[in-house]
Design a protein. Structure first.
Length: 601
């Protein structure tokens, strides 16, 4: 499935306008920054004026060199240079502080929007690319600030310098502007091409990060299957595509830089030639000509820098577009918020009424599901791979909304329950048992913010897992490693289950919680599940049909429909899909003593 978050099609002005809406902190202190930039630009013009006065009034005066006047002028110039440096520092400090605050707001909003996206929306995105959008792409604008502050001063310098140049000689000033006019006319077209080129660079950068991130996370699988060459070729391709995109962008940058150099050389040569002629005619003094050459360098600097800034700006805007695309991604599972109806505490009744669901651009995976789950009942959901079990669970905990029909909890439509209430009363233990890179105790405590170590110990005791805890090297302080890799798959599930139990939900949803665990751990996990589900509504996606044996009721899915439902004993006793699955599972476990077949998933 292709990415739904593209970030393309937004122009530079629209990008900046949207960025200011998302990060209003970017505007803070902007007026003061512009004022400081004007003062800094005025300070830089002092040196050419001082040079002109020193030559014409100090060294070439009618009464001979005036040492006192020269020293005074130099002193005033030195003070002006120091003052200009201080003003420039204050301007950059205010600019960086405002922009970094604005970018921090953008990052926070982008991260939160990622969490607001539904499961199907996230399925269509590569994780590495999403990380790049909210980190590296935003950081690119921070890099642009290295040029942005100087360029702001340079623009003001361009304005102030042009005014002074026209005061000295309107002929020379007009000639300089005419030399740079073609470059000014070409820059907008170059800007558009650079914008497209750097958009491709940022996109290929996201592809490269996604490919390398996947290779790092899947290192164990790569080694197990000796797939290093295959993954290496994928990474090489991503790196090469990024290099090509970067090279195409840099060719455009080289054109702009070369154009600026040519215009600068023509301007200096023209000023010297025409300035000598004007001096011979008495329209320009030697001091004014030398000062004008200084002013031309002040003019050329911003003109040349504009090409470099254009390069960095387009790179930054390309990254900003991608980050803003995350912020502006449509929310297909909206939170009703305060206007919704919070769930009442207590046992939960689940109701699916004629529910159907299809993934975007895909065929239906659930069809006309109509079922009621009574409060405090334990229900197992079984079926082959692709039968619709996991989608049923996603709709139950509202990771997605039905294409048609209605899901309700306790008589309240799921779409009308605020997420804060839903996440508090309904907790899911996913199949992979994801853990954060911290300790066992802290991972369990995530289930209830503010939980103490004693709370965690009580939860483990209630689940009968205190013996397992005693076997860990450092007890609750045992590090789990990144993604819980320091623990076995079964131990990760035990931690995830304890975390869910500590949250004390009214509805507990278990997505194949006993999959990929050894028999000994399965027994410990089954006992913990028995304790965790007692007295509350529980829905379990059953990989091993021993889970279905212990359930009050079994829902059998096949091709997106519930084809059978009843107790384990009832379903085994009559011909049907469940009896077939159970017979296959018994045959496999009887022959090998291992887990059930893939067909029972």
């Amino acid at each position: 499935m292709s990415s739904r978050i593209t970030g393309e099609g937004r122009g530079a002005t629209a990008t900046l306008r949207r960025a200011l809406e998302v990060s209003p902190g970017l505007r803070e202190g902007l007026a003061a920054v512009v004022l400081l930039a004007l003062l800094a630009a005025a300070g830089r013009v002092v040196v050419p004026v001082a040079v002109q006065l020193t030559l014409d009034e100090g060294l070439r005066s009618e009464h001979g060199p005036r040492t006192g006047f020269v020293l005074t002028t130099v002193g005033v110039c030195a003070v002006a240079v120091l003052a200009t440096a201080w003003v420039t520092y204050r301007m950059n400090h205010r600019l960086y502080r405002s922009v970094e605050a604005g970018l921090a707001t953008l990052r926070v909003k982008a991260f939160r929007r990622v969490h607001d996206l539904s499961a199907p929306a996230l399925t269509g995105e590569r994780r590495g690319d999403l990380v790049a959008r909210v980190t590296a792409d935003v950081d690119q604008f921070s890099t642009f600030l290295q040029y942005g502050g100087m360029f702001l001063v340079s623009l003001c310098q361009l304005f102030v310098g042009s005014v002074v140049m026209f005061v000295y000689s309107w002929q020379l000033a007009l000639m300089v502007w005419l030399v740079f006019l073609p470059l000014a006319l070409v820059l907008p077209a170059l800007q558009r091409r650079l914008s497209q080129a750097y958009g491709r660079v940022r996109a290929r950068g996201g592809d490269m990060l996604a490919a390398t991130g996947e290779a790092v996370v899947g290192a164990a699988v790569i080694h197990a299957y000796d797939a290093g060459d295959l993954i290496g070729r994928r990474i090489d391709t991503a790196v090469e595509e990024h290099r090509r995109a970067q090279s195409r962008a840099q060719r455009l940058v080289a054109v702009t830089l070369s154009s600026g150099e040519v215009a600068a050389a023509l301007a200096i040569g023209g000023v010297v030639s025409l300035g000598v002629l004007l001096g011979v005619d008495g329209h320009l003094t030697a001091g004014e000509l030398v000062a004008f050459l200084f002013l031309v360098t002040l003019f050329i600097g911003p003109a040349q820098m504009s090409t470099e800034v254009l390069n960095e700006l387009q790179n930054a805007l390309a990254g900003w577009r991608r980050a803003l695309a995350v912020v502006d991604a449509p929310i297909d599972v909206p939170d009703p918020g305060p206007s919704g109806t919070p769930m009442r505490s207590g046992p939960v009744e689940v109701r699916f009424e004629d529910v159907s669901y299809a993934y975007p651009d895909g065929p239906p995976v659930l069809r006309d599901v109509d079922v009621r789950i009574a409060p405090r009942s334990r229900v197992a959901v079984v079926g082959e791979t692709g039968s619709g079990k996991s989608t049923f669970v996603k709709l139950l905990i509202r990771l997605a909304d039905p294409t048609s029909g209605r899901v309700s909890l306790g008589g309240v439509p799921l779409t009308g329950i605020p997420f804060a209430s839903l996440r508090e009363r309904v907790v899911m233990v996913p199949q992979d048992g994801f853990l954060f890179d911290t300790t066992v105790g802290e991972n369990i405590a995530y289930g209830r913010p503010g939980a103490t170590g004693d709370d965690v110990l009580r939860a483990l005791g209630d689940l009968g897992l205190d013996g397992w805890l005693d076997g860990l090297p450092r007890g609750l302080d045992t590090p789990v490693g990144q993604r819980g890799e320091a623990l076995s798959a079964g131990e990760r599930q035990l931690v995830a289950l304890a975390r869910a139990y500590l949250a004390d939900p009214d509805l507990l949803v278990l997505d194949e919680a006993t999959s990929a665990v050894d028999p000994a751990t399965e027994q410990r996990l089954q006992r913990a599940l028995e304790n965790a589900t007692r007295g509350r509504t529980a829905v379990s996606v059953a990989h091993r049909l021993s889970t279905a044996e212990a359930a009050d009721r079994v829902l059998v899915f096949d091709r997106g429909r519930i084809v059978q439902q009843g107790s384990h004993a009832e379903l085994v006793a009559r011909p049907g899909r469940y009896a077939e699955l159970y017979a296959a599972w018994m045959s496999a476990t009887g022959a090998t003593g291992a887990a059930g077949p893939a067909g029972a998933r």
